[in-house]
Design a protein around this ligand. Sequence first.
Ligand SMILES: *Cc1c(COP(=O)(O)O)cnc(C)c1O
Length: 427
Amino acid sequence: MPYQKLQPESLMMSYGHKSGMARGAVKAPIYQTSTFAFETAEEGKDFFELAYSLREPLNGETPGMIYSRLDNPNLEILEKRLSLWDDAESCAVFASGMAAISTTVFEFLKPGDVLLYSSPLYGGTVHFITEVLTRFGIQVVPFYYDQQPEAILRQLKANHQAHRVAMIYLETPANPTNALIDIEAMSALARELSDKGRQVLTVVDNTYMGPLWQHPLQLGADLVLYSATKYIGGHSDVVAGAALGNKELIGRIKVLRTFFGSMASPYDAWLLTRSLETLKLRMEQQARNAQRVARFLQVHPMVDRVHYLGLLTEADGEQWRIYKRQCSAPGAMLAFDIKGGEKEAFAFLNNLKLVKLAVSLGSTESLAEHPATMTHAGISEEVLAEMGISEKLVRLSVGVENVRDLIADIEFALEKAAEVLEMEAVG
Ligand SMILES: *Cc1c(COP(=O)(O)O)cnc(C)c1O
């Protein structure tokens, strides 16, 4: 074959594993081992020197395996394959998305630092930022999608916080409303806030769109994070996470991962390499289905408004412009405001048959949930209103099922919700 750079989907079946390494096995075995034997004591010494960065590697020298909290062949293969989708230099995989987030944030923040973060964020991340980080003397400052970088900078300066910002943490599109934040503009703000001795990092949780439809590292971000539980795993049978970026930053994160013990297990890493073989197929089918579902909802009399990137038009102004620059597809996550309120939303959810009533997202099966009382429960009414989350809002993660079956299921549940609305009007 003439040389050409192979696309990630062509490499997901074997990259990082040679059948010669394992008695001809086409698929990598599961290295279900906690520890690794050294050939000699000298080799053990070399491996530790490299693992703890006590010296630079000699020409072509690669660190060997020591202990599965530091590294394991299944983690190594998964990290190589995940790096391809975002064209990242390096990757670290974790026991969960929250493990990836907390390990990354702790590595780069210290008491006295300011963390600037976009709102809304995933509920677990909000709790970690506002309840845990603040206990360690870190100041946390939220901003909303419609605030311009210049206005954010003015506010930071007015509060004497600009010179202490250490990290800008973003989630875009935001869960569950699909509000977009301009990654390029926020990365530029991070560079403006940096000075000689202090690099302000831009970190993006790309779980909603990645690793297929949005590539934050190419837009200027320093680190990209995933809950691999979602699209990357894709079958609702594994909890895991990942961080990607340049070698230096990921190297630092891996050292803290070693001491937190927040790495993925060999078996979970193996499951994820299996999932990656069908990542593109799954995500493309999910996005096709989501577009059909969104168009169906948009004209349904029981639906007030659909929040879906595929329905943005030029009339949406800045959001449309960011979408066009930043995303290659509208994704498979949508939310909609049902007519009525919590009663109607619950009637809808209780009458779904094919779509499961569950949190999580990005999996082969479609899932529905009620953000105000489920994923975003515990957030004050005031903040929920600012995020655009009302009791009318229902979130859908669209799977790979036959789209006509999905729409029939949703249509039936909407009819049941309409009956509830009518009874309320009569009663
Ligand atoms: C699920 C999720 C997380 C947390 O990941 P876990 O794997 O559940 O720990 C973080 N961010 C986003 C956007 C998520 O959807």
